[in-house]
Design a protein around this ligand. Structure first.
Ligand code: C5P
Length: 409
């Protein structure tokens, strides 16, 4: 299953120099499993052709109310009524104005009026048009109606200048679509804290002790929790991944910074998912100048870092659901069970990082979930097959959501 499998997405494309990017968005939505119906406004057809979108979706592309479904008297509302989400990308100043004022004079405007599904807008326009009070008033009107706005961002504009008005990166638009689809999900109204990546424990201003964590599993978990409706705080060590859309992002470097940020964010949270590979030790002393090379052996004394998950347990007890990870090389079961109890976790997701397709830097993972004895939400030991990390994340988040519900009942 993909993130958008079975979801009906209406993609409204307006006329802008950014219209060509809608073709890439359309392709990505299809690849994520969505059934995509495309509406091109009259002006969009000056920039891109229906044929492009027809080829990408293998479906009829809609451009005119009456031509679209000639045998249906309700053609003007049909797409909106059956949509799970409507995304308008790029959304131009004209379309924003028409939506804000409730126009019903073309298929896209009728669709937005007729839909009960969430609407996502990704504006793109000239910097002065964006900053104009009329556009800002229209945006305020739409935001008050719970329309989900993604972007624009500052950057290079087609006029050859730099400024606010550039279409958001498409990953963010997809993130907003996924978030909008899940806004009434199993974790709606709950705060979830996710930690991700490794930590860097400095030796001097240029060197550190670290590990191979890519952060992929933690970032996928943050997105999956967001897609289940949660307000997510992602506490991340240094990784080279883009920040996921729609989560509160806290950048940390060391284990001690991660501990502070995680304890603070866990106050009032419904769940903590500790996917970070926290350094177990840090150098006892950190040189304030770069250490010079010498011919002698170098001894580095390390001292243990506090266990963050165990600290959360001692501060908050079982007021929140705690999910830990155990990246092992060899015997997994005994270690996972030991960590479950030692850290006071509700769930330990264990994997053998020496296995191909499971562990650091890969796009897949093979996880076994270990729960406390008598856990009402699932088996005590649940083996998942090797799956893409975002699929693993969805399954872990689903179990976490069930634990949250059983804890709060
Ligand atoms: O003991 P080990 O590092 O294998 O435990 C892994 C789990 O404990 C992970 O969930 C990790 O995020 C968490 N952990 C922690 N604080 C540490 C070390 C690990 O919370 N100092």
């Amino acid at each position: 299953m993909n993130a958008l499998t079975g979801k009906r997405v209406v993609l409204g494309v307006c006329g802008s120099i950014a219209s060509f990017k809608a073709a890439q968005l359309c392709s990505s939505l299809v690849q994520l499993g969505a059934e995509v119906d495309v509406i091109l406004t009259e002006s969009a057809r000056e920039f891109v052709t229906p044929l492009t979108f027809q080829a990408l979706t293998r479906r009829t592309v809609y451009t005119d109310i009456h031509e679209a479904m000639p045998d249906l008297s309700s053609a003007h509302v049909e797409l909106g009524m059956r949509a799970d989400v409507v995304v308008i990308c790029p959304a131009t100043a004209t379309t924003l104005s028409r939506l804000a004022h409730g126009f019903a004079d073309d298929l896209l405007a009728c669709t937005v009026l007729a839909t009960r599904a969430p609407v996502v807008i990704a504006p793109a326009m000239n910097v002065n048009m964006w900053n104009h009070p009329a556009t800002q008033a229209n945006i305020a009107t739409l935001t008050a109606r719970r329309v989900c706005q993604v972007g624009p961002v500052a950057g290079y504009l087609a006029e050859g200048i730099t400024g606010m008005g550039r279409l958001s990166p498409l990953e963010d638009v997809i993130g907003a679509v996924r978030q909008a689809l899940g806004r009434n999900g199993a974790l709606a109204g709950r705060c979830v804290v996710v930690t991700a990546g490794g930590t860097h424990e400095p030796l001097d201003p240029v060197r550190f002790v670290g590990n191979r964590s890519s952060g992929k599993m933690g970032y996928a978990l943050a997105e999956a929790a967001r897609d289940a409706g949660a307000d997510v705080t992602l506490v991340s060590g240094p990784v080279s991944l883009p920040q996921p859309w729609g989560v509160t992002f806290v950048q940390v470097g060391t284990a001690s910074q991660m501990a502070d940020a995680t304890l603070a964010a866990s106050e009032g949270a419904a769940a903590l998912i500790m996917a970070a590979a926290v350094a177990d030790y840090r150098p006892v002393s950190v040189a304030d100048q770069k250490m010079k090379r010498s011919g002698d052996a170098l001894r580095i004394e390390l001292t243990p870092n506090p266990d963050i998950l165990a600290s959360v347990t001692s501060r908050f007890g079982d007021a929140l659901v705690k999910v830990g990870f155990a990246a092992e090389t060899g015997e997994v079961t005994a270690e996972a069970t030991r960590k479950l109890h030692a850290k006071g976790a509700h769930l330990i997701c264990a994997n053998d990082v020496t296995e191909a397709g499971s562990g650091f830097g890969t796009d897949t993972n093979r996880v076994t979930m270990f729960a406390r004895g008598g856990d009402p939400t699932g088996p005590e030991v649940e083996h998942l097959p090797t799956l893409p990390k975002d699929e693993v994340a969805r399954l872990i988040v689903a179990r976490t959501a069930a634990l949250v519900t059983s804890l709060r009942r």
